[in-house]
Design a protein around this ligand. Structure first.
Ligand SMILES: C[S@@+](CC[C@H](N)C(=O)[O-])C[C@H]1O[C@@H](n2cnc3c(N)ncnc32)[C@H](O)[C@@H]1O
Length: 227
């Protein structure tokens, strides 16, 4: 692992780099955002009133969260100030804030969505970040974390070749589940996803039955803050 990547350096070409590395799967980088949020929408226990995307970057997922949960108040946070400037420009009705050590949210949220962030957090800081997410959830609130699947050789190759993944230390699902349990959340489900490129539309039904198979491009874990 090398020094921590500063996403401030990648704001202008983030989508381009993403397209270059994942274009073989879907040429439309919006596909990944829509796909993950649709999974979350189908799985949530109850309609969330307040949602936080932690590590939202340039805000690619925000429009899809707002569409999937039209009555919710949606916020985004990140440590990259330059990414948040783009997120604010593209989503003027959404509140974004820079993550610092102190808490920024005034009210607890019902749903926290985290996609592709944990592998950038230094290993020693991951437990602390997960506890912070627990603190921000209302009782009964849900945490959905999406991560790259380290068992998938194609995913590993993408990560090895992507400039903003230079600091990436991938986590296995068991590691992510331990972090979530260690932060006093109960693990309420997990699965692999992103098996079938959208152009093979006749096969997309497989996405619903292959969640157990450790060959998806990514995986998700769902945590619940007990009431
Ligand atoms: C690969 S990008 C993913 C951005 C967004 N979630 C998406 O799906 O497009 C990873 C993001 O995590 C942010 N990040 C890294 N460490 C973080 C931390 N400790 N707290 C919050 N965000 C962090 C980076 O600044 C970057 O914007």
């Amino acid at each position: 692992m090398s020094n921590k990547v500063d996403f401030d350096d990648y704001t202008n070409n983030y989508n381009e780099l993403l397209r270059e590395s994942t274009g073989f799967f879907s040429a439309n980088e919006e596909y990944f955002a829509r796909y993950k949020i649709e999974l979350v929408r189908k799985m949530v226990n109850r309609k969330p009133g307040r949602i936080l995307e932690y590590g939202c970057g340039i805000g690619r997922n925000i429009p899809f969260l707002r569409t999937a949960f039209p009555s919710a108040h949606v916020e985004g946070s990140d440590i990259s100030q330059a990414s948040l400037e783009i997120a604010r420009r593209d989503n003027p009705d959404t509140h974004f804030f820079v993550e610092r050590d102190e808490a920024h949210l005034t009210e607890p949220v019902d749903l926290i969505f985290v996609a592709g962030v944990f592998h950038h957090i230094p290993v020693a800081q991951r437990a602390g970040v997960t506890r912070k997410l627990f603190d921000r959830l209302a009782p009964g609130g849900e945490l959905f974390v999406f991560e790259h699947n380290p068992f998938n050789p194609v995913t590993r190759r993408i990560v090895d070749n992507c400039p903003y993944d230079e600091d990436a230390v991938l986590l296995k699902p068991t590691e992510l589940k331990s972090l979530i349990k260690g932060a006093s959340l109960s693990v309420e489900g997990a699965g692999y996803c992103l098996f079938v490129p959208p152009r093979l539309s006749a096969l997309t039904w497989l996405e619903n039955v292959l969640g157990w198979l450790p060959l998806g491009g990514q995986y998700w874990v769902r945590g619940l803050r007990p009431t």
